[in-house]
Design a protein around this ligand. Structure first.
Ligand code: ZN
Ligand code: FE
Length: 255
C-alpha cells in the first residue's frame, strides 16, 4: 500500500492509501477537491472513506465524494455524522477487499466522545487524538479519558507510522521544549521539523516510537515531566493530574 498526505483546508491532512491496482481509501476528507485532484492525477478509484470523528474539517467532503464515487463510508457510532454506510466501534476489525486492507478500530474518547482510530497496514490513522509532539484539545472528554486513549495508542507497535490529521508539529514542538527542554530526542525531532517546514514538506507520518520519545503527552511518567508537574505542586503518583496540567498549560501557551 502506498501512503500519501493530501494537504487540505488550513492545516489538515487527508490521508490517502492505494494499492498497485489503483484502488484507494481516504481518511477524514474535510473537503473533496484535494481528493478528486489526487485521484485524477494518479489514476485511482476511490473505494473507501474512513472517518475518525464528526468535526467538519474531517467530514466536510464526504457527501460530494460519495456522489461521485462508489465508496463505502466507515464512521463511529455518532448521529452527528451523516452519509455513513457502516458504523464501527472499539474492538471491531475493518476488512476491506479493495484495496485489500485490515484495520483494528480503537475507541479514543477525549477530543470528542465518539472519536475512533484505525491501526493497520503499517499506519495509525488517529485523527485529532494524537498529534506529533501534541494531542487534541479536550472538547468533549475528560483528561482521564484522553490519557487512557493515548495510553492505548502508545502501546501499539513502535514502527507504526502515525498519520495525524493536522500539521501542528512545529507549534506543538515549541511547547514541548518549554516543559521537556533536556530531551535530546526532542531536540533532534525539532531540528528535523524545522528543516521539513522550511522546505514546505509535511512533518508526518512519524513512527510511533519517536512520539513515545518526544511527545510530552506520551511522556507523563518520564522523570522530566514528573519533575515539571511536581514543581507545580502535583504529587508524583497522580499521573492524571499531571496529564491534565500539561494539557492545560498547552491550552494557555501562546501559538
Ligand atoms: Zn477535531
Ligand atoms: Fe481537526
Amino acid at each position: 500500500m502506498h501512503l500519501v498526505a493530501l494537504p487540505a483546508l488550513a492545516d489538515n491532512y487527508i490521508w490517502l492509501q492505494h494499492d498497485d491496482d489503483g484502488h484507494a481509501l481516504v481518511v477524514d476528507p474535510g473537503e473533496a477537491e484535494p481528493v478528486e485532484r489526487a485521484l485524477r492525477e494518479r489514476g485511482l478509484s476511490l473505494r473507501a472513506i474512513l472517518l475518525t470523528h464528526h468535526h467538519q474539517d474531517h467530514i466536510g467532503g464526504v457527501e460530494a465524494l460519495r456522489r461521485n464515487h462508489a465508496a463505502e463510508v466507515y464512521a463511529p457510532h455518532d448521529l452527528r455524522i451523516d452519509h455513513a454506510n457502516q458504523r464501527l466501534a472499539d474492538g471491531d476489525t475493518l476488512e476491506l477487499a479493495t484495496p485489500a486492507a485490515r484495520f483494528d478500530v480503537i475507541a479514543v474518547p477525549g477530543h470528542t466522545l465518539s472519536h475512533i482510530a484505525y491501526a493497520g497496514e503499517g499506519v495509525l490513522f488517529c485523527g485529532d487524538t494524537l498529534f506529533s509532539l501534541g494531542c487534541g484539545r479536550l472538547f468533549e472528554g475528560t483528561p482521564a479519558q484522553m490519557l487512557a486513549s493515548l495510553d492505548r495508542l502508545a502501546a501499539l507497535p513502535g514502527d507504526l507510522q502515525v498519520c495525524c490529521a493536522h500539521e501542528y508539529t512545529a507549534a506543538n514542538g515549541r511547547f514541548a521544549r518549554e516543559i521537556d527542554g533536556g530531551n535530546a530526542a526532542l531536540e533532534a525531532r525539532l531540528a528535523e521539523v524545522a528543516r521539513l517546514r522550511t522546505a514546505y514538506q509535511p512533518t508526518l507520518p512519524v513512527p510511533l516510537e519517536r512520539e513515545r520519545q518526544t511527545n510530552p503527552f506520551l511522556r507523563v511518567d518520564d522523570p522530566a515531566l514528573v519533575g515539571w508537574a511536581a514543581r507545580r505542586g502535583i504529587g508524583t503518583l497522580d499521573r492524571e493530574a499531571r496529564f491534565a496540567a500539561i494539557r492545560a498549560a498547552k491550552d494557555a501557551y501562546p501559538g
